[in-house]
Ligand binder design. Structure first.
Ligand SMILES: [Fe+2]
Ligand SMILES: [Fe+2]
Length: 277
C-alpha cells in the first residue's frame, strides 16, 4: 500500500444461500487472494434469509479476505431478521443477533488506512414506523438513516487526516436504479446533501442488484456513488453479475467495473470512469 493510493475491492449482495453462484464466489475469492487489495468492502446482503449457515459461509469469505486485506462490512436488509420486532414491537436486539454472531459484532464499523477513512452505516432497520410505505413489496426493504448516525459518521471522519478520502459504506442505493426505477433509501436528497456537507468523497453501496456509477454535484463537494451489482443469480434484468475495483488517489477516484463472463468463467474488465476529487 502506498501512502496516497488506496485500492478497494467492492462487492455487494453476495446472498450466500440459494442465490449464490459458486463459480462467481470462487473467482472473487481468487482475485482477492491474488491481487491483495488494500481494502475489501462488502456493502450488505451477505445472506438470503439471515440464516446462520448463510452467515457462516459469509464469515469464511471475510476471514479469508482479512488475511490479505483490510475489510469493512455492513448489513443489508436481507441480513436483518425483522420478524423478531416488526414496527419496533418485540426485542430489537434479536434482529441483528445472527449477523453479529457470525459476521461482525459491529454494525457500523470504521476503518482507517493511509489515504482514506471508511465509515460503515447501517441503513437496514427492519420494518419501522419511519420506513412504512404504501407499497407492500417494499415493507422490509426500504433503508433509512437517522440523525445520530450522521453524527457518528462526522465524528468518525474527524479522526482521520484532513487529506484522507472520506468513504461511506452502506447497503441501500441513494440513486434510483436504471431498471428498478427505485431508490433504496428514504429522503435521499437530504441524505446526499448531508454527506456532501460532511465532505464525503465516495459512497459504496449495493441493494439495487444493478451496477451503476454516479457523480453528484454539490456546492460544497462532489460525491462519487458506486453501486455494486450483485454477485448472485438475482441480477436485475438478467444482466451479468459484477464487482467494482476502485482506485482512490489524492486527486481522483477511478471506478472499474468487472463483469462476469460465462466464457472466461471469471470477472473481466468492463466500463470504467474517473472523477476529479
Ligand atoms: Fe440484495
Ligand atoms: Fe438489499
Amino acid at each position: 500500500m502506498s501512502a496516497e493510493n488506496v485500492r478497494v475491492f467492492h462487492v455487494s449482495d453476495l446472498h450466500f444461500g440459494r442465490p449464490a453462484v459458486p463459480a462467481q464466489i470462487e473467482a472473487i475469492e481468487a482475485a482477492i487472494q491474488d491481487e491483495k487489495f488494500d481494502v475489501v468492502a462488502v456493502s450488505g446482503d451477505l445472506s438470503q434469509r439471515s440464516r446462520s449457515g448463510e452467515f457462516q459461509r459469509a464469515s469464511v469469505f471475510l476471514r479469508d479476505a482479512g488475511k490479505v486485506s483490510q475489510t469493512i462490512v455492513v448489513p443489508g436488509n436481507h441480513d436483518v431478521a425483522w420478524w423478531h420486532a416488526p414496527l419496533g414491537l418485540g426485542d430489537r436486539s434479536k434482529i441483528y443477533a445472527t449477523y453479529r454472531e457470525f459476521v461482525s459484532p459491529e454494525l457500523e464499523p470504521a476503518l482507517y488506512v493511509p489515504g482514506a477513512a471508511f465509515v460503515g452505516l447501517n441503513t437496514s432497520h427492519g420494518i419501522t414506523r419511519r420506513t412504512l410505505t404504501w407499497n407492500l413489496r417494499d415493507l422490509s426493504i426500504i433503508g433509512d438513516l437517522k440523525k445520530k448516525q450522521f453524527e457518528y459518521a462526522a465524528t468518525a471522519f474527524s479522526r482521520a487526516k484532513k487529506t484522507d478520502a472520506r468513504v461511506i459504506v452502506m447497503h441501500h442505493n441513494p440513486v434510483k436504479g436504471e431498471l428498478s426505477q427505485r431508490h433504496g433509501l428514504k429522503r435521499t436528497k437530504t441524505i446526499l446533501g448531508t454527506f456532501a456537507e460532511m465532505g464525503v468523497d465516495l459512497i459504496l453501496c449495493g441493494h439495487d442488484h444493478q451496477e451503476s456509477v454516479h457523480f453528484i454535484e454539490h456546492t460544497r463537494k462532489g460525491t462519487v456513488i458506486a453501486t455494486a451489482g450483485t454477485v448472485s443469480s438475482r441480477s436485475r434484468g438478467g444482466r451479468p453479475s459484477s464487482v467494482n475495483v476502485i482506485d482512490i488517489r489524492p486527486d481522483e477516484i477511478e471506478v472499474h467495473t468487472r463483469v462476469w463472463s460465462r466464457d472466461a468463467r471469471n470477472f473481466v474488465a468492463g466500463p470504467h470512469r474517473c472523477f476529479k476529487r
